[in-house]
Design a protein around this ligand. Structure first.
Ligand code: GDP
Length: 597
């Protein structure tokens, strides 16, 4: 929501001219007026309105409060310039559409929300309203998506609910979803995964429709849910916002027709088009090996039309479409845009999120897949603070997406605003999620999908998150001092970050015996279990898994001779700098510090 202070005005009085939206929360009004929410609440009380900080008030009330506090207001206009730009774009799209035989395609919908809020149940209820299955009397098969038909219009639902699947696909560069249905249980309200789902949908730029579910339950409080959503800037239509909220009971089937109608409404506004005359382009949404029939992949056609016998490349594999089935198990000869089909005939099993493309010849399909196999490594380049500047220079990064996790809510705003201020002409700093708590797998997934990184301030990293970050090469930066955090990001943006120093473990050895050497000294006889031990390496001594010393190797002997290095499988004598307490059973880890650019 834009609460714009009028920037063009020079004199003091006019400087206080505020543009306010049709409805806003007390907190938002307080921010706009630059006063505390308490000031606004007091002002409202004087007018006989009891409101809390998240309460949404309309323009007239907000305007009255503002004028009491010395501000002049006017309602936010839809800029006439924006209107003309939009109509020009629509005109152009229409012209192009007519020339290129663009046709409206059904929307593809993903259902997201907190666990147990009723996503699966809602998908079932929607499927029940589906006339397409019953027509054929076919047995419903799980292929990862299904279509329903309402008033002769189709909607495609991905039936893996939750943002994990959604984000995994987006991380692979596939934009599959056109609309998100956010399910929130009316008796439970906004929960952590609700907020995550909102972040994910926003990061992907996908419109959200809210289904306030379990409306049948005693204790259901839809207004409270809407208030909580308003706090996350999802303002429902009836409160002057632009988010459609539908009340549903997945168990009783209530509200499902309204939900479907609203999906079609949003789809119409999104103006989803595709050209059926083209060779098909699509994405793999499920893939497995069918024991008797071979690789079976569900392809969601995005553009063009997929036909029987088409030569296709899917990720790094290819083949010819031998047979296609819909979710009722019916054989199909062609699949139009937004249609999910299970495809037989690929030589290998593609990955979920792989893009699919049809070609005129098998040769073309194969060489495309093979070319892609060679390119995969290049594509998987992720952003880290250390490579950021190079990627900016190469024009690969115009926006730095940051998932920010902090210890306490209070640290959030100062860090967020300082980071956002670092935006330059070339790169915009975009905080895609900000929250308190440990870094979780979901945070890493979001960074992955947005090609961004994770910054953690005084907080921990869950083991799962660290593992995922390591395997996907997502940069997680830990800081304890705000100043250092901001400075690092600033330097990275300007290409001035000092090279990062990483440890490279070179070898491991085990102490097998300890001999006296001279009066005080001891020398350890070790067995090299992994890698190599070199004379100038750094050494870390571990006893019962605990690090008890960190120092350097000063001498290495095989029998009586000094040697430079000893490899795995050999024994040697080792002497460590300033450490004379080795015991049998100790493990010595040898490493070297290396600078990476
Ligand atoms: P998911 O984890 O979001 O997929 O949630 P489920 O669809 O599995 O639903 C969780 C539980 O809530 C199940 O026991 C459902 O039967 C129940 N449930 C789902 N929707 C409703 C509803 O509209 N009303 C009531 N009373 N219960 C519901």
């Amino acid at each position: 929501m834009a609460l714009a202070k009028d920037a063009n005005n020079q004199d003091d009085q006019q400087d206080k001219l505020l543009e306010l939206p049709r409805a806003l929360s007390v907190r938002q009004l307080a921010d706009a007026l630059n006063v505390t929410p308490i000031d606004v609440i007091k002002e409202l009380m004087r007018r006989g309105i009891m409101a809390n900080i998240n309460q949404v008030i309309d323009y007239d009330v907000a305007s009255a409060v503002a004028s009491e506090l010395g501000f002049e207001t006017r309602p936010q206009p839809i800029s006439s310039q924006a209107v003309s730009v939009i109509s020009e774009i629509k005109r152009q799209q229409k012209a192009i559409g007519e020339a290129a035989s663009l046709k409206t395609r059904p929307p593809v919908v993903t259902i997201m929300g907190h666990v147990d809020h009723g996503k699966t149940r809602l998908l079932d209820a929607i499927r029940k309203a589906n006339v397409m299955d019953s027509e054929a009397g076919g047995i419903t098969q799980h292929i990862g998506a299904y279509q329903v038909k309402i008033n002769d219009q189709k909607i495609t639902f991905l039936d893996t609910p939750g943002h994990e699947a959604f984000t995994a696909m987006r991380a692979r560069g596939a934009r599959v979803t056109d609309i998100t249905v956010l399910v929130v249980a009316a008796d439970d309200g906004v929960m952590p995964q609700t907020l995550e789902a909102i972040d994910h949908a926003r990061a992907a730029g996908v419109p959200i429709i809210v289904a306030v579910n379990k409306i049948d339950k005693v204790g259901a409080n839809p207004d409270y849910v809407k208030q909580q959503l308003a706090d996350s800037d999802l303002l429902c239509e009836e409160w002057g916002g632009d988010t459609i909220c539908v009340h549903t009971s997945a168990i009783e089937g209530k509200g499902v027709p309204e939900l479907l109608e609203n999906i079609l409404l949003v789809a119409e506004m999104e103006d989803l088009k595709a050209d059926v005359t083209l060779l098909a382009r699509g994405v793999v949404i499920e893939a497995r090996l069918d024991k008797s029939r071979g690789p079976l992949a569900t392809v969601l056609v995005h553009d063009g039309c997929l036909r029987l016998d088409d030569n296709i490349a899917a990720g790094v594999t290819w083949g010819r479409v031998r047979a296609m089935f819909d979710n009722a198990g019916r054989r199909m000869r062609k699949a139009n845009p937004s249609t999910p089909v299970a495809v037989l005939g690929l030589h290998g099993i593609p990955e979920v999120g792989d893009t699919v493309a049809a070609f005129n010849t098998e040769q073309e399909a194969r060489s495309f897949a093979q070319h892609r196999a060679r390119e995969t490594d290049k594509d998987s380049q992720t952003v880290s603070l250390s490579n950021l500047y190079d990627q900016i220079k190469e024009g690969e990064v115009q926006e730095l997406g940051i998932v920010l996790k902090v210890d306490v809510q209070g640290s959030l705003d100062p860090i967020r605003s300082s980071l956002e201020k670092l935006s330059t002409e070339k790169v915009r700093v975009n905080i895609i999620r900000a929250g308190a708590g440990n870094v979780t797998e979901s945070d890493v997934m979001l960074a992955m999908a947005s090609k961004g990184l994770v910054i953690a301030f005084n907080t921990g990293i869950s083991a799962g998150a660290q593992k995922l970050a390591d395997s996907e090469k997502i940069d997680i930066r830990l800081y304890r001092i705000i100043y250092e955090l901001i400075e690092d990001v600033e330097k990275a943006l300007k290409g001035m970050l000092a090279p990062e120093v990483v440890e490279v473990v070179e070898g491991l050895c085990e102490v097998r015996a300890v001999f006296p050497s001279g009066k005080r000294n001891k020398v350890a006889g070790v067995y090299v279990t992994e890698g190599t031990v070199t004379r100038d390496a750094q050494a870390r001594v571990k006893r019962d898994e605990k690090v008890i010393a960190q120092t350097a190797v000063i001498s290495l002997k095989r029998f009586k001779d000094d040697v430079r290095s000893v490899s795995a499988g050999y024994e040697c004598g080792i002497d460590l700098k300033d450490f004379n307490d080795l015991q049998t059973g100790d493990v010595i880890e040898l490493f070297r510090k290396q600078k990476v650019k």
